[in-house]
Design a protein around this ligand. Sequence first.
Ligand SMILES: Nc1ncnc2c1ncn2[C@@H]1O[C@H](COP(=O)(O)OP(=O)(O)OP(=O)(O)O)[C@@H](O)[C@H]1O
Ligand SMILES: [Mg+2]
Length: 432
Amino acid sequence: MSIDTTGNDAARKEAKVRVEHLYKVFGAQPDDTLRRLQAGETKDRIYADTGSVAAVADVSFDVHQGEIFVVMGLSGSGKSTLIRCINRLIEPTRGRILIDDEDIVGLDAEALRRLRRDKLSMVFQHFALFPHKSVGENVEYGLKIRGMPARERRDKALKALEQVGLAAHADVPPDNLSGGMQQRVGLARGLAVDPELMLMDEPFSALDPLIRRDMQDELLVLQQRLRMTIIFITHDLHEALRLGDRIAIMKDGRFVQLGTPEAIVARPADDYVAAFTRDVDRARVFRARALRRDAEALGPEASVEKARERLAQLERTALYVIDAHDRPQGVVRRASLESAAAPTLEALLERDFPTAHEDQELVELYDVCATGLPVALVDGEGRLTGVVEPLEVFRLLGGNGGESDGGEAMGDTASRPSEHAGSLEMRRRNHG
Ligand SMILES: Nc1ncnc2c1ncn2[C@@H]1O[C@H](COP(=O)(O)OP(=O)(O)OP(=O)(O)O)[C@@H](O)[C@H]1O
Ligand SMILES: [Mg+2]
């Protein structure tokens, strides 16, 4: 099955952030704790014995330039500790953190200040707005402490407020705004500094569901326009699925699974991940392209012999024939190819075939799957981009997809070429 399980095709992209074997221990004698961790002792056991907390334990991952990397996990799993190590609000106990290939763990105070000024910004769930400053001044604050002249920072703050739809409120105190609007001010404050890397720690968790969805949409639009790299923490799977190019699931300081939204939902690595994904409606999470296979289509000039030859090499029940513009013209079944003393391919072609747009939700494919023929996937121009086998649709939606290549449990992180990355398109097309 051609579900992209790891998003590793993206691994060829540039790493904006690379975390290598990161550990954070709270407590005395961190070395002892590290030794115990490496000997396989659990976080709970170590805490019971020593009173030290292994908040982050041997975490490694890359965040690619321009992606939204989501970290999800239960309370206490180490998400905030991890993200705070990345801007060194917390000092890692061991490991490397590279931002644009520079190891930031060793940076001195001055270099760290520069890094935070030039590249990073952070948005929290509970950020404090200054009550006696105006909304605009709140947004300017980060620029002010960076020494930006008044005029320039005012312009920048207004631009950031515009991006979140609050330019008209620049001169009022934050108390005049609703909770959702205040959270937007927090986002504007993060955006004002033009960060290359945004660290977002449950920024929308305090918002009510409708506003939260708006903010998610807005973030997707902003991210597409500004091409920031974002590390985003959430408790909420639906938020993770909407936002994440890739999702890491964290438990007891470790990543238990890292993969595309499809992979996490289709093949949870263990019961912990499964508990998050159980209630997800797969038929709506997945787009048709998530199950796309190569069409192996035949060109307009193909002969019966050619078709038989190709089928002999493939486990397919049928093949599509395309015209000179890659548009599907019809489908020829294996059975008819094998039985026929067929004169021409043309004579065997069925022109009434099941088809779907590659971005359609799987729930919309049920009907066309009923024919049993592979479904022809087409793009916006009507070109054949692949096929979906009905059995794979039913298998995935039946929750019984486990026989084919699996979602990536951690510890099995070797790069594997994957055929495509459905996740981006899965959500972005609605936000373009
Ligand atoms: N300053 C600290 N001193 C001691 N222990 C800490 C400290 N900060 C965090 N911890 C512990 O480290 C572990 C991870 O905490 P962390 O705040 O990173 O979790 P989290 O996943 O962000 O949780 P939440 O979802 O509740 O925000 C927890 O066991 C927590 O008690
Ligand atoms: Mg936290």
